[in-house]
Structures are given as structure tokens and as C-alpha cells.
Ligand binder design. Sequence first.
Ligand SMILES: CC(C)(COP(=O)(O)OP(=O)(O)OC[C@H]1O[C@@H](n2cnc3c(N)ncnc32)[C@H](O)[C@@H]1OP(=O)(O)O)[C@@H](O)C(=O)NCCC(=O)NCCS
Length: 165
Amino acid sequence: MRIRLERPEDAPTIRALTDAAFKGMPFSNQTEAKVIDALRAAGALTLSLVATEGSEIVGHVAFSPVKINGEASDWYGLGPVSVWPDRQRTGIGQALIRDGIRRLRSLSAGGCVLFGNPAYYRRFGFESDPDLYDVDAPPGAFQRLPLNSSRPRGEVSFHPAFEVS
Ligand SMILES: CC(C)(COP(=O)(O)OP(=O)(O)OC[C@H]1O[C@@H](n2cnc3c(N)ncnc32)[C@H](O)[C@@H]1OP(=O)(O)O)[C@@H](O)C(=O)NCCC(=O)NCCS
């Protein structure tokens, strides 16, 4: 498996993969593929990584800038992240997330936030922090990973592209 930045011709596959991965997920409103398209259209897809096996795309992860207390920041939101259903739980998601975090460090990012199951994300160092929160998040689902010594406090907001319906 290899991981690389998306290319323009990958967009339809990323859309199909994301729809397939989130289909039927109780926490999803099935807008994740549209969110990626809206981030791309807004120039806010800071990192869009695909995992490939041969010529086949098997997974995808997006990172986009977040605001803290309404101000631009050097923190990024992770997600959506998707692996084809028949390829899940074989390490693809972890490889994408680890590679994305490494690339964020090389962009001198201050940190990364996400919504997700702590049972999955704690392995990467993500934790809840009462000082850094998203008022819309279900309890425990919003987690952060600092990538330098800064520890911002306050309310995080994802890019408006996450509000597409
Ligand atoms: C979540 C997702 C990206 C993880 O990628 P993956 O390649 O399937 O997972 P990996 O092989 O990297 O990791 C497997 C491990 O994660 C655990 N895991 C996978 N998905 C999990 C989840 N949603 N919640 C908790 N644990 C999960 C597995 O039990 C396994 O644990 P182990 O290493 O202790 O055995 C993928 O399963 C997916 O596309 N899911 C549907 C879409 C989705 O839920 N996206 C994330 C929303 S926050």
C-alpha cells in the first residue's frame, strides 16, 4: 500500500469510496462526500490523501483548517476518513491517519482535532480536552492532538463546508 496526495482524476473515486464507507452508519447523515467536494471547491482541502494498492484507491482522508474562537489558526480538522467496507480493519485507516499527522507536522501545524470514537483515535494520541471544545459534539467524541507546545483554549469550528446538506 502507498499513500499519496489526491490527483484531480481521483475525485469521483473518493466520492464513491466515502459514500460506501459511511452508508448506514448511525452517526452519519451521508453528506461526507459532499463535504469533501465543498472543501475542495473552497480551496480548504489542506491535505487530501489516498491510500493505493496498485492502481486502486483503497482509502482516503481529508484535513482542513479549523478556527479557534472564531479566528484562523494553525490547527486542522481530520476527516472524513474512509476505507472501502470490504477492506476495513486491515490497517489502511491507521496508515492514512499516521501519514496525515506526519504531513501536518511538516506544515508546522499546531495540532489536529476530530470527531470520532475515542476507542479508535486514542492510539494516535487524540484525547478530549475540556479547554478545547466544539459545542455541537456529542460528549467524548471531540478530541484533539497537539503537535507542538501550544495549548489553545476555546471553541473550535470546522470549515463551513461541513454544513453542506
Ligand atoms: C474508521 C475507518 C476509517 C478505520 O479504518 P480501518 O482501515 O478500517 O481501520 P484500521 O485497520 O486502521 O484499524 C483497525 C482497528 O481499529 C478498530 N476500529 C476500526 N473502526 C473503528 C471504529 N469506528 N470505532 C472503534 N474502533 C474501530 C478496529 O477494531 C481495529 O482495532 P485493533 O487494531 O485494536 O484490532 C474505517 O473503518 C471506515 O471507513 N469506517 C467507516 C467510515 C467511518 O466511520 N469513518 C470515521 C468516522 S469518525
